[in-house]
Write a protein that binds this ligand. Structure first.
Ligand SMILES: [Zn+2]
Length: 157
């Protein structure tokens, strides 16, 4: 499943990426109709909260309207409607740019702050934007949140 989120759904996109999904985010100020066309051409499902846009389309294939008001609601609604597995492949994609991460070479470890270097067991890097990701406290918090989302989903009928 590949997704394109409109710019209002950046927060959702970040969490979906954290879970391992392929999620592009529309650049700020994009034309909505171009986005729909782009999503269809790339085989992506376009997620939007813009009901007016959806109502104005001659056909809404490839478009999913979310009715959430923002934040937490959107995670729940998207999770339910798309059958998201929040623990599909945690932290396998760059949170900033969506590129699949690679194992970082040994020489990159020295770029970590010393404390992080001692505690981390994994270091991945983004070949596109060069950002490093390691299993430090930030990532641990995010992983707990993903586990929480996965649990909430199970609890619901
Ligand atoms: Zn990146």
């Amino acid at each position: 499943m590949k997704l394109l989120c409109d710019e209002m759904l950046k927060g959702l996109a970040r969490w979906l990426r954290a879970a391992g999904y392929d999620v592009e985010v529309a650049p700020d100020g994009s034309d909505d109709r171009d986005l729909v066309a782009r999503a269809r051409a790339q085989g992506r499902l376009f997620l939007t909260r813009d009901r007016r846009l959806v109502d104005s389309l001659p056909d809404s294939h490839g478009v999913l309207l979310l009715e959430c008001s923002g934040g937490e609601d959107c995670l729940e609604e998207a999770g339910r409607k798309l059958g998201i597995d929040w623990l599909q492949a945690p932290f396998s994609r760059c949170l900033a740019c969506n590129t699949p991460l690679q194992q970082a070479g040994i020489e990159r470890w020295k770029e970590l702050p010393p404390q992080a270097r001692d505690a981390a067991t994994q270091l991945r890097w983004c070949p596109s934007c060069d950002q490093l990701f390691w299993d430090g406290s930030h990532m641990t918090r995010m992983r707990r949140r993903l586990e929480g989302l996965a649990k909430d989903k199970k609890r619901r009928p």
